[in-house]
Design a protein. Structure first.
Lengths: 164, 164
DNA sequence: GTGCCCATGTAATCTGTTACATGATTAG
DNA sequence: CTAATCATGTAACAGATTACATGGGCAC
């Protein structure tokens, strides 16, 4: 099960019933650039999950577009539970573009470092403010909360390490 | 430029001169499961970077294995600089398996949540201890430092949100 | 001399991206 | 009625994984 497949199952579970299109949009709007929500990824993934018996599709009446209302089967429920409680996969650092690049920043010449660190600080501060607003509007999405925690820890690291 | 390509350039810069095999090993040993360092990813990526003129390869003497000593060209140096200072890509939350799964944990039934949260706490604590040891042995790798910061912020979130 | 690591690569397959394509519904 | 959005998909291509394949160097 890929991350996308697991995340799709999670999303259906959260929404109980939804369309492929709604999920695609949700991934598109994700703050993470890694979740593109492209049609060529989402529709085939849903097809696979349906073939494996994790997703049940039901044609909506009163709609000639072939709109499918998707929901989780019993097998889908237990699959998403197994996937989400896999400790080893959960606690890995994942794919962190900040972390990957950080090693390069420490070897920049002082003048360039100063400029770059200042830009990073501004960008992080703006992002944190934005996330705080989102969180105040709706504090039920743990992903926003964890994004906020991540950005704050990056800022702390930045100030302590590159801006001392 | 993909994340792998950028990370490979970073790695060569760090090491000044190295073989493809050494880099592959480094990615394999990475604490992130997302960096597999598979031959089918690394060798073709190095080939592409060489063709673009970012990497210079020199055959090692006294070795009949065709060992290539890789280093960065001038163009490679400037490419890695551009890649590493791309603010928008750097500050995205990336691909965080903990964050992706977190939304599912909050809807677990209390009994299952308790067990899972306890397992997560143990795993995170163990990982933090391990990372602290690594960091004490060598505090020059910012990736270890940022991994540590990430795991600590996850633990804080876990205790505040799932274990209250 | 044999097993383990160094060192390089390719082939089949899978997943994801980008671009293309189609048509229904709804708000103005 | 027309533009935006809803809704579904496919095709060409790029990139990654897994497994396979080869052979040199070295320690015991």
């Amino acid at each position: 099960m890929t991350e996308l497949e697991g995340a799709l199952l999670c999303e259906i579970r959260r929404r109980k019933v939804c369309t492929a299109y709604e999920m695609r949009r949700a991934f598109e709007k994700s703050s993470s650039l890694e979740w593109s929500g492209s049609t060529g990824a989402v529709y085939p993934a849903i097809k696979r999950l349906t073939q494996r018996g994790f997703i049940t599709a039901e044609q909506s009446k009163d709609d000639a577009r072939g709109t499918n209302l998707l929901s989780l089967s019993k097998e889908g429920m237990s699959a998403v539970h197994l996937w989400s409680t896999d400790i080893d996969r959960a606690i890995g650092p994942g794919f962190d573009p900040f972390r990957t690049r950080s090693i390069e920043w420490t070897v920049l010449p002082p003048a360039k470092l100063k400029i770059h660190a200042a830009k990073l600080e501004r960008a992080l501060t703006a992002r944190i403010e934005e996330l705080e607003k989102t969180f105040k509007a709706d504090n039920t999405d743990t992903r926003v909360e964890l994004d906020l925690a991540l950005q704050r820890s990056r800022l702390v690291w930045l100030r302590r390490t590159l801006l001392d």
